[in-house]
Design a protein. Structure first.
Length: 330
């Protein structure tokens, strides 16, 4: 073979090899994504009581965040396998004082959550059935340990992680971060004379401050879960500067949490993630899977400088290590 022809053939082979490698990269990357599936009250919508999200690590570990009222108990077919349950705080709409019996009952604005889960909670029922770890901060672990024991579960499955600490469970690193909210346990979750005394006094039992979470998945994606919170300095100093969260789940419901404008400030100026999932809107935010004009969700979406992903119930979103949504987002 002539020298020039040989060099040409060698260069062509190199180009072809590079093209084949590049073509293979997206498929390889798809195997290393974090999947996020909202479990709301109405299929394909973002509704008034929707809180629950399931995160699935590339290694298969599945985490349920704030089961609330829109998971149809431990036998909800959408749950699949659950390894870890996170609870931001003890309010009924997050820990689950009642729940739906199945999806699409009632309206998106007012779903039918008529199944009582008291005094145990939807969270405890799910954790016991799935033998899942309940990971919380503050003084919540002791409360959940007692509840697990009462329900026939293993109290050792209630695990503590304090502010500034870290616990790895199932290959996912979990830490709690500050949230500014309240965290009283309603007397309805308690039994005996103490429950009666607290109810008569109009107060709840304290289990310490509420929390948010930062999760680091095995593909390197770092996710901030705000919980119910107002604006805090830690959203910059801790969540952004220390942990470097790439994806945020941000509550936007107003009155009870940050409103859409305040939440937009948190995202644009404090956390500065690469993408955000709206949460806790307290409204029928969508119709036919489309965000309705004039909603808090629409205002938040239009006020934020990064991609805003709307958590449509049952629609799985997939995020790579850089918090780019590669499938399932709208």
């Amino acid at each position: 073979m002539f020298p020039g022809l040989f060099r040409y053939a060698l260069a062509s082979a190199g180009v072809i090899a590079c093209m084949l490698l590049v073509a293979a990269l997206p498929a390889a990357a798809d195997d290393h994504v974090v999947k996020v599936t909202p479990l709301g009250s109405h299929d394909g919508e973002f509704c008034g009581r929707d809180r629950a999200l399931v995160f699935e690590d590339p290694n298969g570990t599945r985490i349920l965040y704030d089961a609330g009222r829109t998971v149809a108990g431990p036998d909800d077919p959408r749950l699949g396998k659950i390894d870890i349950v996170l609870v931001s705080h003890m309010h009924g709409d997050h820990v689950g004082d009642q729940r739906i019996s199945k999806t699409n009952q009632g309206t998106c604005g007012s779903p039918d959550t008529g199944v009582s889960t008291l005094p145990q909670s939807n969270t405890v029922d799910i954790a016991v059935k799935h033998n899942a770890k309940i990971v919380t901060g503050s003084e919540m672990p002791a409360f959940f340990a007692a509840k697990l024991k009462d329900a026939g579960g293993d109290p050792a499955n209630s695990m503590l992680v304090r502010f500034g600490g870290e616990r790895e469970v199932g290959g996912v690193a979990i830490t709690t971060v500050p949230a500014v909210h309240s965290n009283g346990v309603s007397p309805s979750f308690l039994t005996g004379p103490l429950a009666e005394y607290l109810a008569a006094a109009g107060v709840g039992a304290s289990v310490g401050p509420p929390t948010g979470y930062v999760l680091k998945f095995s593909n390197g994606l770092v996710v901030y879960l705000s919980g119910d919170t107002g604006i805090t300095a830690e959203q910059q100093l801790v969540v952004r500067d220390h942990y470097g969260a790439g994806l945020a789940v941000m509550n936007i419901g107003n009155t009870f949490t940050t409103g859409p404008k305040q939440a937009a400030y948190v995202i644009n100026d404090l956390v500065q993630p690469k993408a955000v999932i709206a949460s806790h809107a307290n409204e029928p935010a969508t119709s036919g899977g489309k965000v309705q004009d004039g909603t808090r969700t629409a205002l938040f979406r239009d006020s934020v400088n990064v991609p805003v992903h709307v958590p449509l119930s049952g629609r799985t979103m997939a995020f790579n290590s850089m918090a780019s949504c590669i499938s399932g987002c709208n």
